[in-house]
Design a binder for this molecule. Structure first.
Ligand SMILES: [Zn+2]
Length: 304
């Protein structure tokens, strides 16, 4: 656990939920009902990723690939009890050691959703923002850029790219090719440049979804049929374009259990998020869905 006030408070809250028996109840429910827990990570360290895999294995969860989920949708496989689907977004270079090696060692399926431009160029757009912040060149944040109209965001990034050169943090194209040869790794698309799709024009959304897939398929020599929405943002337009491009499944970041009912919407599959750096106790609560359900029950001050 990374020690800071947020994580310490999270640790205390999570242990309270565990001691109250909420996690045990949620786990039993997931293991005894038609329910898939789908999870997303970004760049976990090896210890925390392996802890999750071991915990899920020890508790009796059954690991599923997106291909299994497709088979469940087509009724070629029964909807299992206690299913878990592990996904990792962005394609970080550290995933090679911290995720892929663990998946191979424990023989569990993991899907990595890769953005192709960072693989080609080295960095995600927010790495330029972070570097420029560190060098005192800008005062705005990654969050502010996410809310900007797309042309404005691209204009700012173009300027930043001329000024800062962060160290590579995305997998190289060769690394994407190499990890895809593992029988436990599936590569999915996460667009080319990781824009906020709902801020983009139709043509850009189409290009992002089409070209990323084509590039990944040419790199790995396999079909790329699965997608994860950058930042979890999508609307009906994104679903229609995914459908027109014949993607089979798309994952959001809506924190819900994947039930037979939700599986009917194959372009809005929910996922619970793992929080890197948080305590194991908090992440156990997150993986079992307890964290989100408890946190939404905490009363918020009224908005005016
Ligand atoms: Zn992402």
């Amino acid at each position: 656990m990374r020690i800071n006030l947020r994580n310490v408070l999270g640790f205390i809250a999570a242990n309270t939920f565990i001691m109250a028996g909420f996690v045990r109840q949620a786990r039993r429910k997931a293991l005894n009902s038609k329910c898939i827990i789908s999870l997303y990570f970004h760049k976990p360290d090896k210890k925390e990723f392996e802890f999750c895999i071991r915990w899920l294995k020890q508790k009796g969860f059954r690991f599923l690939s997106p291909h299994d989920i497709e088979k469940i949708i087509k009724n070629e496989m029964p909807f299992p009890k206690g299913g878990v689907c592990i996904t990792v977004d962005d394609g970080w270079q550290s995933n090679v050691k911290n995720v892929v090696e663990v998946a191979n060692k424990h023989e569990v399926p993991v899907t990595i959703f890769v953005s192709t431009t960072p693989a080609e160029e080295g960095n995600y757009w927010w790495s330029y923002v972070k570097k420029a912040q560190q060098e005192g060149l800008i005062s705005f944040s990654k969050g502010e850029l996410k809310k900007m109209p797309e042309e404005k965001r691209l204009g700012i990034l173009q300027e930043l790219k001329k000024k800062v050169a962060p160290a590579r943090d995305a997998m190289t194209v060769d690394e994407v090719k190499a990890v895809s040869s593992s029988p436990f790794i599936t590569i999915g698309s996460h667009t080319q440049t990781h824009p906020i799709l709902i801020n983009c024009q139709d043509k850009q959304v189409y290009e992002e979804l089409k070209t990323s897939r084509q590039k990944l398929e040419s790199w790995i020599g396999k079909e790329v049929a699965y997608f994860a929405y950058p930042n979890g943002d999508f609307g009906q337009r994104e679903i229609q374009i995914l459908n027109s491009l014949n993607y089979k499944l798309a994952f959001s970041s809506q924190p819900r259990y994947l039930t037979p009912e939700l599986l009917k919407d194959n372009y809005t599959l929910p996922r619970f998020g793992f929080l890197e750096g948080a305590s194991s106790a908090e992440n156990i609560c997150r993986m079992t869905g307890i964290w989100h359900s408890m946190m939404t029950k905490v009363p918020h001050p009224a908005k005016h």
